[in-house]
Ligand binder design. Structure first.
Ligand code: HAM
Length: 418
């Protein structure tokens, strides 16, 4: 039975079409070059993880509590499509024994992430991240390093006009006392907060600070600031990170309300936004330090720091700024057989592939029509193959830039593609 409706893509999930790919390739190769320049090695971790691993990222985290793609597989295992990569990379660092090599491990990763969020421009249910993680050291130099890596990557792909927001949210030692102060400040205001924030007040008070709902905004200015309550170690770390960023001439704004959506952060947190624009925007890249995460996952306590850039948002902005990457035709050479010469045309293409990307036009249409398509496709050369030429194992090579046409033996074709 034919279906009445054609089958379309899943909501919030999209295709990246060939025409979009030059900009994606530019964004990815820029990221890869930069990661290598900073001494990071690639890692690939699974898209599927145990739901438990992801839940440890923070049960009050939106990406886990509300947005997780979670399901039981056929064996009854509780699995999740990863909403972020850091927990998986930390798991792989231990399982792959990277913790036993020289520290820190500097790792980068590309891949799709999944969040059941409300789809809109720049926010998808399947989206792609570039992650960089430095695991196994608590040195402030690494916090500054990952910020610089993100900054250098974005600048290299033409997005140097950035706003960097930075904060420190302390650690397990100093944060509890701060949270008590924060709760004490907000409790008398509870009835004036919106519903989610009323719940956050006792469960996850830090998130009160990054609430975007207008009715909660007036109270932020009077709230105690986390950076005023850091312990000596966190305070020294915060100062060191800022000093290193100053020395690297990386401008930042201290945003005392920046706390990030994921619960695993300690000390440094940061977000990069497009510069200049105003109003509420989506971050291009964001990250921070996660010294408590390894232990939370059941592994030995091990510090780490990193960030993830959203490739969907980065490529959208690159395209809007005309940073389209080098669009190139799919094939440099098109073989245009006349009549029923599929076998011969395939052989000519095979020979030409020694030198160039080659495609064959097998469609049952006239040579004139095939030439029109070749022009549209932007091929640099066309190899015209008539029945008479094929019998003699020769073809006509046409240079589409100059219009020159030369008869050549098939085997001689590759040396002419220069
Ligand atoms: P995140 O802030 O949740 O952090 O995501 C990082 C980046 O992914 C965002 O800045 C944004 O560019 C992109 N992104 C997030 N959600 C979406 C979406 N629905 N659609 C399109 N792009 C999106 C993390 O994931 C942390 N794991 C980052 C990290 C690495 N922290 C330490 N290491």
């Amino acid at each position: 039975m034919p279906r009445s409706e054609p089958i379309k893509a899943v909501r919030g999930v999209r295709d990246i079409l060939p025409a979009d790919l030059p900009v994606w390739r530019a964004a990815k190769s820029g990221a890869e070059d930069m990661a290598r320049k900073f001494g990071y090695e690639e890692i690939i971790t699974p898209i599927l993880e145990k739901a438990e691993l992801i839940e440890r990222v923070g049960e009050d985290t939106d990406a886990v509590a509300k947005e997780l793609y979670r399901f039981d597989d056929r064996g009854g295992r509780n699995l999740a499509l990863r909403p972020e990569a850091t927990a998986g990379v930390v798991r792989a660092y231990f399982e792959g024994l990277l913790n036993q090599g020289p520290q820190p491990s500097r790792l980068y990763l590309f891949g799709p992430m999944f969040r059941y969020d409300r789809p809109q421009k720049g926010r998808y249910r399947q989206f792609f991240q570039f992650n960089a993680e430095a695991i196994g050291s608590g040195a402030a130099g690494l916090d500054a390093e990952v910020v610089e890596l993100a900054h250098s990557w974005l600048a290299a792909v033409g997005l140097g006009d950035l706003r960097l927001e930075l904060n420190s949210i302390g650690d397990a030692k100093c944060r509890p006392a701060y949270l008590e102060r924060l709760k004490a400040y907000y409790r008398p205001l509870k009835s004036q907060l919106h519903g989610d924030c009323q719940l956050r007040l006792e469960k996850n008070p830090l998130r009160l600070l990054d609430c975007k709902v207008p009715q909660c905004q007036p109270f932020k200015a009077g709230a105690p600031r986390v950076t005023d309550f850091l312990c000596d170690e966190c305070s020294a770390h915060w100062a060191a990170v800022r000093r290193l960023l100053d020395a690297a001439s990386i401008e930042y704004q201290h945003n005392p309300y920046l706390v990030r959506g994921l619960d695993y952060y300690t000390r440094t947190v940061f977000e990069f936004y497009p510069g200049g624009a105003t109003g509420q925007q989506d971050a291009l890249a964001s990250g921070g330090r996660y010294d408590g995460l390894a232990e939370e996952l059941g592994w030995p306590a091990t510090p780490g720091v990193g960030f993830a850039g959203g490739l969907d948002r980065v490529t959208e902005l690159m395209a809007a700024k005309g940073e389209d990457g080098a669009a190139s035709p799919p094939a440099d050479v098109l073989v245009l057989p006349d009549g029923d010469l599929a076998v011969e045309a395939a052989e000519v293409a095979r020979i030409c592939r020694a030198a160039r990307a080659v495609a064959v036009d097998y469609e049952p249409k006239s040579l004139r029509a095939k030439m029109r398509s070749a022009n549209k496709l932007g091929a640099r050369w066309v190899v015209l193959l008539s029945v008479e030429d094929a019998a003699r194992r020769v073809a006509q090579l046409r240079d589409m830039t100059s219009g020159d046409q030369t008869e050549l033996a098939w085997d001689e074709l590759p040396i002419h593609f220069v």
